[in-house]
Design a protein around this ligand. Structure first.
Ligand code: ATP
Ligand code: MG
Length: 585
């Protein structure tokens, strides 16, 4: 199912492009914070945090959380921390930490000096665990992981008490101390909270607080061989940092009673947890586990493959931070889960790039055009508008000469109805140049493929002048062959065929859902000479073709690779597609 997810209180009707963004109503989180400001809870302070686990690269869903946490802090004159919840040494890496920091900064947010790690709190968390043992609120349990699961019960069946649940405090203290000292093997013992094995909330059935794991941590090295669980560390880390509003996704709603329990038993600062719906996007996967799988199985070129919804991938594809922030503002924040259609994200890119991207001429699949009435040595420098949306962007010169290239698609030997571009005997306007007429079609003797069009140009129309009010319906783009630069273009489509690939079970089906045409590489492209100065990451609108960005990794001296960020919103192109125009011969 694909539906829109509006701001709290109202669905955003319709898709993007029709009437633009939904009105930005105050979301329910802002409403809660306003209430707290009024009641004086937290003394008027607002302090949030973005708490990634460094076990993968950030994706567009994280961007929603980043925009929300940093955005709320900005709006209320508060602060937002960046904290890594690095409690699992086996899955976490420095590479991820660095990339996450870079992505948050790239998105445009600043945690100033407030960069924290849950691992910085390991000593405090340990001391608090000892306190809970002393209070009789935690015990060392000798059950294996499987046995704990088996004792846990189900939603309809209460759990059973561990036989170790009533160990005397002194014995628990001694065993926990020795767990910490490294006396016991991995998995042989755990520290568990002593809550209620009959609780209807499974999270409250004596959850594990510490597990033994003889593994090096990317920050604490071999200092520890016991590690706190996420559920034990997360709330206390928020508390240590004086967080007021601990914003997280809906799946943590039934962990809240557990977080509250720890904070109350310890008698420490108690943030307000607020849950919101995570972002799901159509035609892609978002969970780090699945993204990692795509990377490890070589289905994509890496975490920054432009087809992935990772922030490094979107950036390489040509998405700007502004477009991603605008997208996050448009989709709003709600309490119910839904899937946003990918076209919302694409539309945010168009809106942003329309304003900032210079227009250029480039031909993806060139077809040679010879203007028989233009002398060979003649070059006319024509004026072209850099950005009609931005008069300050000015104009540039584009060379025009006897031999040009146009798009193969813009010629039909046997044009269908309503095809207003070039065909034998027909006229078309060349953007910024003049009207040309197709006089002769040259074919390859062997294959019969059209290899050249011999045309005449109308000198009276050169430079955009069209005398006699003459109407020529089609305008096409072109480049001058002798002046054009070679380029490679990469065109992208959805990574998955179905809108909801997350539905697909594990195993082969996952790969079977991939779109075999998600990447199209075109090597023989030609672009106008002004692009000689294009730098990695620069954005352009190739007229009629879409927005493109210079690939920062694969471009280099003598090689320019353009990633297509998104196509143009081009209604007549769609009309022609519907008429099922045959591909060029
Ligand atoms: P994943 O399921 O992709 O592995 P995660 O929740 O395990 O994500 P974390 O590193 O724990 O990833 O997430 C950091 C923060 O980002 C958390 O507060 C989490 O709730 C939030 N977040 C993660 N995914 C999304 C999403 N799709 N939409 C909104 N927020 C998200
Ligand atoms: Mg997580």
């Amino acid at each position: 199912m694909t539906s829109s997810q509006g701001s709290a209180g109202g669905g955003a009707a319709g898709g993007p492009g029709r009437g633009g963004a939904p009105p930005e109503a105050a979301n329910f989180i802002q409403a809660i914070i306003r209430e707290h400001e009024k009641s004086g809870r937290f003394g008027g302070r607002v302090h949030t945090r973005f708490p990634p686990e460094p076990n993968g690269y950030l994706h567009i869903g994280h961007a929603k959380s980043i925009c929300l946490n940093f955005g709320v802090a900005q709006e209320f004159g508060g602060l937002c921390n960046l904290r890594f919840d690095d409690t699992n040494p086996t899955k976490e890496e420095v590479e991820y930490v660095e990339s996450i920091e870079e992505s948050v900064r790239w998105l445009g947010f600043d945690w100033e000096e407030r960069l924290f790690f849950a691992s910085d709190y390991f000593d405090q968390l340990y001391a608090w665990a000892v306190q809970l043992v002393r209070q009789g609120d935690a015990y060392v349990c000798d059950l294996s992981a499987d046995e704990i699961r088996e004792h846990r019960g189900t939603l309809t069946r209460p759990g059973r008490n561990s036989p170790y649940r009533d160990r005397p405090v002194a014995e628990n203290l001694d065993l926990f101390e020795r767990m910490q000292a490294g006396e016991f093997a991995d998995g042989s013992r755990t520290l568990r909270a002593r809550i209620d094995m009959a609780s209807p909330n499974l999270n409250m059935r004596d959850p594990v607080m510490y597990r033994i794991l003889h593994a090096s941590h990317h920050r604490t090295g071999d200092r520890w061989c016991i590690y706190p669980t996420y559920d034990y560390a997360h709330g206390q880390s928020d508390s240590i940092e004086g967080i007021t509003h601990s914003i997280c996704t809906l799946e943590f709603e039934n962990h809240r009673p557990l977080y509250d329990w720890y904070l109350e038993r310890l008698g420490i600062h108690h943030p307000q947890q607020i849950e919101f719906a995570r972002l799901n996007l159509s035609h892609t996967v978002m969970s780090k586990r699945k993204l990692l799988r795509l990377v490890e199985e070589g289905r994509v070129s890496g975490w920054d493959d432009p087809r992935l919804p990772t922030l490094v991938g979107l950036r390489r594809r040509g998405y700007t931070p502004q477009s991603i922030r605008a997208f996050c503002a448009r989709i709003g924040v709600a309490k119910f889960n839904s899937t946003i259609d990918m076209s919302w994200l694409e539309d945010a890119a168009r809106d942003d790039l329309n304003a900032r991207a210079p227009r250029v001429l480039g031909v993806l699949r060139p077809l040679r055009v010879v203007l028989t009435n233009l002398p060979e040595d003649r070059v006319v420098e024509l004026d072209a508008v850099n950005n009609p949306e931005d008069p300050a962007a000015g104009t540039r010169k584009v060379p025009f000469s006897r031999v040009l290239c146009i798009e193969q698609d813009d010629f039909r030997e046997d044009p269908p109805p309503k095809f207003f571009r070039l065909a034998p005997g027909r006229e078309v306007r060349l953007r910024y140049a003049c009207i040309i007429k197709c006089e002769e079609v040259v074919k390859d003797a062997g294959s019969g493929a059209v290899v050249e069009l011999r045309c005449t140009y109308d000198p009276a129309t050169l430079g955009g002048r069209a005398p006699d009010g003459r109407k020529v319906k089609g305008t096409i783009h072109w480049v001058s062959s002798a002046h054009a630069l070679p380029a490679e273009a990469r065109l992208y489509d959805h990574l998955f065929l179905k809108p909801d690939p997350e539905d697909v079970a594990a195993g082969e089906a996952f790969a079977a859902g991939l779109n075999p045409d998600s990447l199209q590489v075109l090597r023989g492209c030609l672009v106008e000479p002004s692009l000689a100065s294009a730098a990695p990451g620069d954005h352009f609108q190739f007229e009629r073709l879409g927005y493109f960005c210079v690939d920062p990794l694969d471009s280099g001296p003598g090689r320019t690779v353009f990633n297509r960020t998104v196509t143009l919103r081009d209604s007549w192109a769609k009309v022609e597609k519907k008429q099922a125009v045959a591909p060029p011969p």
